[in-house]
Design a binder for this molecule. Structure first.
Ligand code: FHN
Length: 604
């Protein structure tokens, strides 16, 4: 998509836009990486520490779209309910009519803030204006807002900002700075307005900036201003845009989607978790069901266990989780969001020490779970209990002082075996969501231990070697594939791709098998039609195993990427120790497959 941008100097905005001349330019079509700009400025914001410590945020998508609930003229829409105006191509005039019956009388700011508090949330970010262009606050810039255009007539943002701060949490606004489907000059409404005739600068000058100024002036201290889907500005213009807003609230953090690498912290793609630890402040954002905005027929909610494990995973990689809820048009948060958030809060009440204020774990991801750190402590988040009740901390060459359960502080026996630590676990329910143990130690843990081999153990039903941890040769390389099921419900899968040449291309996993025995080896992959029916070879422990690829489907961003789990070998491992498992095409041909993982299952 091409965006035509006309820049014009305006005397009334001297420090905003130093555009001295009438200038015309074209901004190249946006890629997804630009829409989801995840680059931060690299300069540490003086107020970043609260954000780094917070770990758990609540995202709220609430707008006029919530009133429609994913349905328009009797048709149900799936995925991204906040995009209904765009997807149903609802003309501005018709969309405006919906506001006349939007009356969220059930909205109770104190209840929302109490829920966030109970859930263990540390910051709340709500959509003040989404792409639909409707302001959920009292704006003097446009009458298309909740006070002027609806029977509700009050400003819920004011009430929520106060209630959230009263509970001791940080408060922030989401603002769609470029896409505005209501404004003739705003980005991306192509069904009412001719994109080539738009003057984005007029839109920024007349709507986005004045509204952002309202938000940054009338609602107290904002912890965050969460920009989204940047567009229509060059880097210099974005810098001026940022500078003009920073003056109002220098302590506010700006999300990376302000664009051009000028944010204060990194936001990953929607529902994306980085595969490995990341330095600097960052956040993963996830929907609770399959949509950001309320959809009445979307009941696919993530369970408390999934939320807790996502939270621990983000913390183990050094980042935050901001989980979204989509309240309905009456102002109620969906019941499952309420319940599952409270469940998460109960877990955090006991285990919060292992999440808040932590930094990335120093022990690489294990078959049992992940770790988070505080000085002299490793928090061991155990998701999978080893069958023999002995937790292996591989190659931990530090002086261990003490190991105990975080809940109840029960001290545990442990012993050293070579460089490994082996901890005797107490019994805990097999379905526990995340049981945390604390390992206290002396001395520094060098970060190069992250290079340690992946553990494969006979004490778990399944050991997953993820593509992100593979070493690749030749044309083989690691790629993050992004696709959606419905619409905007993005999925991200890291795969090894590009293995096509039998002589040069290879994927290798360095593993350490801790229990000898028989293992079944399974390849998890997606395979396009042209890749199917090719021969590949897997080698381990001086044995070669041949297999043929099976067709699963084509890769296309707009549909599910289907993965098959294909058993390809049974192997006897005589001794515990280090092994290399590699996979390559037998001959030259098409890409062998998109390899997501290799699974090793002990055979008892
Ligand atoms: O288009 C929006 C979408 O509706 C939602 O607000 C998400 C949240 O990160 N941001 C945009 C797409 O990435």
């Amino acid at each position: 998509m091409k965006e035509k941008v006309t820049l014009s100097y305006n005397r009334s905005w001297p420090y905003l836009f130093f555009w001295m001349f009438l200038l015309k330019m074209t901004v190249q079509g946006q890629t997804m990486d630009e829409m989801w700009d995840n680059r931060a400025s690299g300069k540490e914001h003086p107020n970043i520490q609260w954000f780094k410590d917070a770990k758990f945020g609540l995202f709220i998508h609430w707008g006029l779209y919530s009133h429609l609930g994913g349905e328009w003229k009797g048709k149900r829409y799936y995925g991204s309910g906040e995009w209904i105006m765009n997807r149903a191509k609802i003309p501005v005039k018709e969309y405006e009519v919906a506001a006349a019956s939007f009356n969220p009388t059930q909205f109770n700011a104190d209840e929302w803030a109490q829920l966030a508090k109970d859930a263990g949330i540390k910051y709340v970010v709500i959509t003040a204006k989404h792409h639909e262009g409707f302001a959920m606050f009292d704006s003097k810039v446009s009458t298309f807002d909740i006070v002027d255009a609806t029977p509700y007539k009050r400003d819920p943002m004011k009430l929520l900002a106060d209630a959230v701060r009263k509970q001791g949490m940080q408060f922030g606004f989401y603002y769609s700075q470029f896409q505005d489907w209501h404004d003739p000059n705003g980005g991306k409404n192509t069904w009412d307005f001719d994109e080539s005739k738009k003057d984005y600068q007029t839109y920024y000058r007349q709507k986005a900036i004045p509204q952002l100024k309202e938000l940054m002036t009338n609602y107290g201290d904002l912890g965050i201003v969460w920009f989204d889907t940047p567009g229509g500005l060059t880097k210099e213009q974005t810098q001026q845009f940022v500078d003009s807003l920073r003056i109002l609230q220098p302590q506010s953090l700006f999300s990376s989607r302000v664009g051009h690498g000028l944010g204060d912290y990194r936001d990953y793609g929607d529902s994306e978790m980085p595969a490995t630890p990341i330095k600097g402040a960052w956040e993963s954002i996830y929907t609770h069901n399959d949509s950001w905005g309320y959809i009445k027929h979307d009941m696919n909610f993530k369970t408390p266990e999934t939320i807790i494990q996502l939270l621990a995973e983000a913390a183990s990689k050094g980042g935050n989780l901001m989980l979204n809820v989509g309240p309905d048009g009456s102002g109620r948060i969906p019941e499952y969001s309420v319940r599952f958030l409270r469940e998460t809060g109960k877990w955090l009440q006991i285990n919060g020490e292992s999440i808040y204020g932590t930094t990335e774990g120093l022990i690489p991801q294990q078959p049992w779970g992940v770790t988070t750190s505080k000085p002299g402590k490793q928090y061991l988040h155990v998701w999978n209990r080893p069958h023999n009740g002995e937790l292996l901390i591989p190659a931990f060459n530090r002086q261990v002082k003490k190991v105990y359960a975080l809940a109840g502080r029960q001290v545990l026996n442990w012993h050293k075996q070579g460089n490994d630590i082996r901890i005797d676990l107490p019994t805990f329910p097999i379905d526990a969501k995340n049981t945390v143990f604390v390992l206290e130690y002396m001395g520094k843990v060098p970060t190069d231990e992250k290079e340690a081999p992946l553990i494969v153990s006979g004490c778990f039903d399944e050991n997953v070697l993820k593509a992100a941890f593979a070493k690749t040769e030749g044309n083989a390389h690691i790629e993050n594939l992004t696709y959606s099921h419905y619409y905007g419900d993005w999925k991200h899968t890291t795969c090894v791709v590009g293995m096509a040449n039998g002589k040069t291309d290879k994927t290798q996993f360095d593993i350490r098998i801790t229990e000898p025995g028989d293992y079944q080896i399974i390849l998890e992959y997606a395979c396009q039609p042209e890749s199917a029916n090719q021969e590949g070879m897997l080698s381990i422990s001086d044995q070669n195993f041949y297999f043929k690829t099976l067709h699963t489907g084509s890769f296309d961003k707009k549909s599910p990427l289907l993965f098959i789990k294909q058993p390809v070998a049974t192997v006897a491992i005589e001794r515990s120790g280090q092994y290399i498992l590699d996979i390559k095409p037998v001959a030259n041909g098409q890409e062998l497959f998109k390899l997501k993982a290799v699974l090793l299952k002990p055979i008892n």
